[in-house]
Write a protein that binds this ligand. Structure first.
Ligand SMILES: *[C@@H]1O[C@H](CO)[C@@H](O)[C@H](O)[C@H]1NC(C)=O
Length: 198
């Protein structure tokens, strides 16, 4: 004889199991149907190294690099997936210190985009691009400044001559694993100029 409570418990665990299996299948299915992204391009403009202070009380002066960049990429295949919750886009600079050999990777800019945000990205293009809007919206970003300070642990860029600049993404699904990839890269290494004296 089962009590009502036991029976409820039983149905509860069956439905929980069912939901778990369903979620598992969804995450497996979206893993195997993961859309491919053809990496786009990042172009770096106005990269400059200056002496300055990060925006923090009591910060000592140090060398800071700042830049502006353009991006042409197409991440619509990722946003079109029914299982896509949001996309985390971030721009990194990876570089090595020529003397110590230490490698560093810093995040210079980031943004979360959701499916509905794609309109935003279309309107950041110029008027010409808006007029010739293609059916597959693309990311066009022009002259975007780095959002985070680019500083080096040694406080100087003296021994750093170039960097790899990459726009990467983390795809956050409603269910399943976060997957990562490259949305756009700079063509070759980006040269880091000497300290600007002025
Ligand atoms: C920069 O990119 C090149 C080519 O992909 C790679 O060989 C190199 O290790 C990268 N450098 C750093 C510091 O990540």
């Amino acid at each position: 004889m089962y009590s009502t409570l036991q029976r409820l418990n039983h149905y509860g665990s069956i439905s929980t199991t069912f939901v778990m299996v369903l979620l598992g299948l969804i995450s497996l299915a979206s893993f195997f149907t993961l859309p491919a992204v053809e990496p786009g391009t990042v172009s770096v403009n106005d990269l400059i190294v200056r002496r300055g202070r990060v925006n923090r009380w009591g910060a000592a002066p140090e060398e800071l690099a700042s830049l502006r960049f353009d991006v042409r990429a197409d991440v619509t295949p990722l946003l079109n997936s029914y299982n896509t919750k949001q996309l985390f886009l971030y721009l990194t600079a990876a570089y090595a210190d020529d003397v110590s050999g230490d490698t560093h990777e810093v995040v210079l800019w980031d943004r979360i985009i959701t499916r509905s945000d794609i309109k935003d990205f279309r309107t950041t293009g110029d008027a010409e691009a808006r007029k010739n809007r293609s059916p597959r919206p693309r990311i066009r970003m022009d002259n975007v400044k780095n959002k985070y300070a680019w500083r080096n642990p040694s406080r100087s860029f003296k021994n750093i001559h170039d960097a790899n600049i990459t726009l990467s993404y983390h795809l956050m699904p409603y269910v399943g694993l976060v997957t990562s990839g490259v949305a756009a890269t700079a063509q070759g290494k980006v040269e880091i100029p000497d300290l600007a004296t002025k």
